[in-house]
Design a binder for this molecule. Structure first.
Ligand code: PHE
Length: 487
């Protein structure tokens, strides 16, 4: 039978797993949520949740993956009677996230191109948008974004380019494609981020960005937000953000864990992934928020508008070097998105490739990667054509809803996000901890972690968390997420 090839080195695995975790969530989600939800206080709550829930589920997923040596569906099948079906929920989540992730990744490629155009004063730069901005009394970023949203064909082309890039890397396999790209790309991303941080933090007025992000209550006192959120909301915001950011609850880490060599230390790797993901989220804040407060003080602080309007304004107003930083920044975001999208596509591909191999059909990676990417392409076209709900066939429109549409119904991006990030991922993580705590037993995880010869020093803590603390936190987080999306 064909051999199942995995990561060649622990460094390669670590970079791929951190690459999966570091993505759009770190850049446009974390900094703004931290600022709007209590600054430093939010960070402490986030860290506590990351240790009591994130680290626990991370160890669980990596261990289950490595123990079974299978993708998400077969791994759950092999290990549990009651939760067999959860692997399929992971595959569905992967598709839904990819639909909007690829559309956004495509937008980022477009912005890299715009900044290259600006550098060379070319027609595809933001020149036309600048003229419109002066005539309409808007901003360059708003006009670039408006023109792009108003041209779904262009958005579709860029989205499909992003799908194709993701597909090419996954076609290369885990060791040959994913590991190679992440081993070079993640350190490069780190350096690019450092360069952008130095530029952003030395702008006059940058300090307000730091105050917004770190000082508790600053956002309310200075009128950036109206009122402070209550504790439960903060908890839910931190928890929801953490699960999405760590790529948990949908099989990505099970899949990557299944390719991890038996001699490697799961406990240490899990801790490093959590630490590095949080570090990059904080660093992203040091890059985007000082820029926003210095150069676009009324700009959006989070979400797509932060990336595609505010940040473009920041580069536009920087001075002659603006386009250079624009290129570095958007390339960095494109890479953060790609290293996440390859892990999402691998969740889907790994399942079908494993199944074919087990049935003696040989290595079917090529065929299944092409089929999965084609399906993702269709979803991506839908999200791009919807142009954030501006073209009249948002879910709410199709359902015949009238008046002000709730966020989840206002556009397809938010609809897919609500289903995956809002419901399926926290649900997946909650059921995973219940499965480990109460069905298969935490000692199974200990056995897998320790078979490499590394003692599981955190076992006592792991056991208490996985049985009681993690599921309890998850219920609160799930409740908060549903409340946020629907009410
Ligand atoms: N962790 C990624 C981010 O922060 C998103 C992601 C979720 C990637 C699930 C893979 C799996 O943007």
């Amino acid at each position: 039978m064909e051999e199942r090839k995995g990561f060649g080195t622990n460094f390669g695995f670590l970079m791929a797993a951190v690459g999966s975790a570091v993505g759009l969530g770190n850049i446009w989600g974390f900094p703004n949520k931290m600022g709007a939800s209590g600054g430093f206080t939010f960070l402490i709550i986030y860290l506590i949740l990351a240790v009591c829930c994130g680290f626990i589920v991370m160890v669980g997923e990596l261990a289950i993956g490595r123990k079974t040596g299978k993708g998400a569906v077969a791994a759950y099948h092999a290990i549990s009677k009651k939760f067999k079906w959860m692997g399929w929920m992971g595959i569905l989540s992967a598709f839904l996230i990819l639909f909007f992730y690829c559309a956004l990744g495509g937008y980022c490629i477009k912005y890299t191109v715009v900044n290259i155009g600006d550098l060379f004063n070319a027609s595809f730069g933001s020149g036309a948008a600048a003229e419109l901005a002066a005539a309409n009394d808007t901003s360059v970023g708003a006009e670039v974004f408006g023109a792009f949203i108003g041209n779904p064909t262009e958005a579709i082309i860029y989205g499909l380019i992003f799908v194709a890039l993701t597909m090419l890397i996954v076609l290369g396999g885990v060791g040959g494609g994913i590991e190679k790209v992440c081993s070079v790309g993640m350190p490069a991303l780190f350096v690019a981020l450092l360069i952008c941080i130095i530029r952003a933090c030395t702008l006059p007025g940058a300090v307000n960005g730091l105050k917004y992000m770190f000082v508790p209550g600053w956002a309310v006192t200075n009128g950036v937000i109206e009122k402070a959120p209550d504790f439960l909301t903060v908890l839910a915001t931190a928890g929801g953000q953490m699960f999405f950011s760590l790529s948990l609850g949908m099989g990505a880490m099970i899949t990557y864990g299944s390719y991890l060599q038996k001699k490697e230390n799961i406990q240490k790797n899990a801790l490093l992934i959590v630490i590095m993901d949080t570090l990059v989220a904080l660093m992203a804040g040091l890059c985007v928020l000082p820029g926003r407060f210095a150069l676009d003080p009324n700009g959006a602080l989070g979400g797509p508008k932060l990336l595609f309007i505010t940040m473009q304004n920041v580069f536009d107003r920087m001075d002659a070097v603006g386009p250079i930083f624009g290129i570095i920044f958007y390339l960095l975001v494109v890479f953060a998105a790609i290293s996440s999208s390859i892990s999402l596509l691998e969740v889907i591909v790994a399942h079908f490739v494993d199944k074919a191999r087990d049935e003696g059909k040989g290595d079917k990676r090529k065929a299944y990667t092409l089929i999965a990417a084609a399906c993702v392409g269709l979803g991506c076209i839908l999200v791009c054509a919807d142009a954030l709900g501006t073209t009249g066939f948002a879910p709410g429109n199709l359902l015949g809803m009238t008046g002000d549409l709730p966020t989840w119904a206002a556009d397809w991006l938010d609809f897919f996000d609500m289903l995956s990030e809002g419901i399926m991922m926290p649900l997946g993580a909650m059921l995973m901890s219940l499965m480990i705590g109460w069905e298969i037993g935490p000692e199974v995880i200990k056995g897998e972690v320790e078979q490499s010869g590394h003692a599981m020093g955190s076992y006592g803590f792991f056991k208490i968390c996985v049985k009681f603390i993690t599921p309890l936190c998850m219920i609160l987080i799930l409740y908060g997420q549903i409340k946020e999306f629907f009410f």
